[in-house]
Design a protein around this ligand. Structure first.
Ligand code: NAD
Length: 499
């Protein structure tokens, strides 16, 4: 690969755990290699957190909680705004770092990941002093007020597919609401989370308010989920791990919110504006190499337009520029790990065994420069209910196509999944747009667009896609406890027992 990172100063990057304001090694002295998915070369190693390090981090977060939860909310907001300024000043560095760690094309980290991350921190900085309670009209002589208090120490566990953006989704609202945090980034992609934590120190967020413990799921993650002094876990990851989190959290009945997998249906009706739907369907599945929980991974096409749509869609998929993610021309980079590339390739083997017709892609690109990395070609296959790839989350640049007869059939196919995260539909028929959006079993529905996200709008799913929400005022409810306070201000009201 010829294009090299210019903005990242590798010597200054944090490579240890952040606990109580100190950068430290894990007590067991383990190291985790950080690989560049472009060629699987090792960038360097970072310290590995294990259970005992998570314990140290929770103690630090607990110690910081009284101070952080009691400062003026506007001061918490001011510090988060300062963080945004610091991140903006390091825009190129953060974009390149995310690209190196994940394989996301630089045009995406610059154009999507980082702008959305900044918007998110800015939004919740502004929310810090707007988390108000309410006064309930109760019996005369009594005042009832409901305050919202931070839940305490929050454990946050994030996956590898959007590490920078998800760190902001979790950290910003939790901190704005006055909680302290122990975050475990994915062992595969810890770099931007560590760098943001360093910037938090630089702008004056007090020691112990944010603690970062990169480590493996079955050790560090498991300990965080079961820890008796953690009040809430906010988790984003697979449905299988989500089940383990619930089981581990039972000891102290901590709050849990789960953003899990998806199998998004993207429905194109025969009255859709086809060029927009073709481009939107490609964004829905090929952006970020399809490694998105909300990816439009099941394309449902009305039989009247299916052939014409597929001709254009296959041509577009075949024209997507796959290559070095640091090249601004690249539209699809490598998948984030070798293991995951192998997982997606295994689904292609399943397609061959089950007789799914592969319309394009279906393997590793031929270019010699791409052989040692985790690259895959954009892949489109035909599938029907009952086929493995119609049901399971492939989490790659891999979309299944199914034809439908009419609106009822489209809804039936779309809802034929245990997941319920995102879904899309393309139509120019206003009433149909509303009818179908109402009928889809999903936490988010996009009409004539796909994968739109904003910090003010709740993000999450139903069914096996989990429960609870990131973003929106909804997530601030997840990071606060309502407290109902009763005040008797009428001395004439007799107590029940008066003598
Ligand atoms: P994963 O479940 O393997 O890992 C996610 C995180 O959990 C990682 O930090 C991992 O180390 C940790 N973990 C693993 N085992 C654990 C355990 N026993 N206890 C505690 N923590 C543990 O998921 P992944 O492969 O990193 O990410 C891909 C999955 O995440 C996909 O299923 C995708 O759909 C889902 N996802 C969901 C959303 C959403 O918002 N709904 C967003 C992105 C990704």
């Amino acid at each position: 690969m010829s294009i090299k990172s210019r903005a990242v100063d590798f010597d200054r990057l944090p490579r240890q755990l952040l606990i109580g304001g100190q950068w430290v090694e894990g007590l067991a002295g383990g190291r985790i290699p950080v690989l560049n998915p472009v060629d699987n070369g090792e960038l360097f190693t970072i310290a590995e957190a294990r259970a005992e390090d998570v314990d140290r981090a929770v103690i630090a977060a607990r110690a910081a909680f009284p101070g952080w939860s009691k400062i003026a909310p506007s001061e918490r907001g001011r510090l988060l705004y300062k963080l945004v300024e610091r991140m903006e000043a390091c825009f190129d560095e953060l974009a390149e770092l995310e690209t190196l760690d994940t394989g996301h094309p630089i045009r995406d980290t610059r154009g999507v990941d980082l702008p959305r991350t900044l918007l998110n921190f800015r939004y919740f900085a502004g929310m810090a002093d707007k988390i108000d309670g309410r006064q309930v009209p109760v019996e005369p002589g009594f005042l009832n007020v409901v305050k919202r208090q931070p839940v305490g120490v929050v454990g946050q566990i994030v996956p590898w597919n959007f590490p920078l953006m998800f760190s902001s989704w979790k950290l910003a609202p939790a901190l704005a609401a006055g909680n302290t945090v122990v975050m475990k980034p994915s062992e595969l992609t810890p770099l931007t989370t560590l760098r943001i934590a360093q910037m938090m120190q630089e702008v004056g967020i007090p020691d112990g308010v944010v603690n970062i413990v990169p480590g493996f799921g079955h050790t560090a993650g498991q300990r965080l989920a079961e820890h008796p002094d953690v009040n809430k876990i906010s988790f984003t990851g697979s449905t299988a791990t989500g089940r383990k989190i619930i089981a581990a959290s039972g000891g102290n009945l901590k709050r849990v919110s789960l953003e899990l997998g998806g199998k998004g249906a993207n429905i194109v009706f025969d009255d859709a504006v086809l060029p927009a739907a073709v481009g939107g369907a490609a964004f829905a599945i090929f952006h970020n190499q399809g490694q998105a929980c909300i990816a439009g991974s099941r394309l449902l096409l009305h039989e009247n337009i299916a052939d014409e749509f597929l001709e254009k869609f296959v041509a577009l998929a075949n024209s997507i520029r796959v290559g070095d993610p640091l090249d601004p021309q690249t539209e699809m980079g490598p998948l984030t790990s070798r293991l995951h590339q192998q997982r997606v390739l295994a689904y292609l083997e399943v397609c061959r065994q089950e007789g799914n017709r592969i319309l394009c892609g279906g393997g590793v690109p031929e270019a010699p420069a791409l052989q040692s990395g985790c690259f895959l070609k954009p892949t489109i296959v035909e599938a029907k209910p009952g086929d493995t790839v119609f049901a399971e989350e492939v989490f790659g640049p891999f979309v299944s196509v199914t034809r439908f007869r009419d609106e009822a059939h489209a809804i039936e196919l779309a809802n034929a999944t245990d997941y319920g995260l995102g879904a899309g539909l393309w139509t120019t028929h206003l009433a149909r747009a509303h009818r179908v959006a109402d009928a889809l079993r999903a936490g988010m529905v996009w009409v004539n667009c796909y994968k739109r996200v904003h910090p003010g709008s709740p993000f999450g799913g139903v069914g096996q896609s989990g429960y609870g929400r990131d973003l929106g005022t909804e997530c601030l409810s997840e990071y606060t406890e309502p407290k109902s306070i009763w005040i008797n201000y009428d001395a004439q009201i007799p107590p029940f027992y008066s003598r």
